[in-house]
Design a protein around this ligand. Structure first.
Ligand code: AMP
Length: 186
């Protein structure tokens, strides 16, 4: 699982490492945007929350992850990116992995000051409705609460959380990320 504030680079790193190692990238944000693009019921439900930078309700999010995790490409392993974001989601993930015979190997914590994330998000502008400056600030402000809700669950498990300095270049971060993910596979 990759954890960090919006703009920390975890999505970019997850995409690259899943491609290299043949793993599934389970990004709840991207799944919601895909549903939205296809105008599915789930996408339309999620839209009102996403456009104002609010979290989509747990029941919708967990149901979507449950389905995604059962697709064939996830059987070799998966990187979660942007999930879990609440304590209930973290507990649901444990239950889901236990049910499917899987196990969480590691939590990679992308540490970066929020001011750096903010600059990256302001520069990103890929047409996302939630990359407007006021929504960016809300998402960054909410991150502290998300961290407080989720990380104690993982810090309670000795050695599970591994921090990566995410202020560096994409290449330098990838070197660390690659080695960490590889240690889960070997
Ligand atoms: P992201 O691409 O991870 O920044 O997510 C974009 C938006 O999708 C978030 O601001 C939320 O509205 C929604 N979202 C993504 N992941 C979750 C999640 N795990 N729980 C609730 N909402 C989520």
């Amino acid at each position: 699982m990759f954890f960090g504030p919006p703009g920390c680079g975890k999505g970019t790193q997850a995409k690259r490492v899943t491609e290299e190692f043949g793993l599934a990238q389970i990004s709840t944000g991207e799944l919601f945007r895909k549903h939205l693009g296809e105008k599915t019921t789930l996408g339309l439900q999620a839209q009102e929350f996403m456009s104002r930078g609010a979290l989509v309700p747990d029941s919708i999010t967990i149901g979507m992850v449950r389905e995604r995790l059962q697709e064939p490409d996830a059987q070799a392993g998966a990187i979660f990116d942007g999930f879990p974001r609440t304590e209930a989601q973290a507990e649901a993930l444990d239950a889901l992995l236990a049910e499917l015979g899987g196990k969480l190997c590691m939590v990679v914590d992308f540490s970066v000051p929020l001011a750096v994330s903010r600059e990256r998000l302001l520069a990103r502008q890929e047409g996302r409705a939630d990359d407007k400056p006021e929504v960016i600030d809300k998402r960054l402000n909410d991150h502290a609460a998300i961290e407080a809700a989720v990380m104690p669950h993982y810090h309670a498990q000795e050695g599970l959380v591994r921090a990566v300095d995410a202020t560096r270049s994409i290449e330098a971060i990838y070197e660390d990320v690659r080695a960490l993910v590889k240690s889960c596979i070997d």
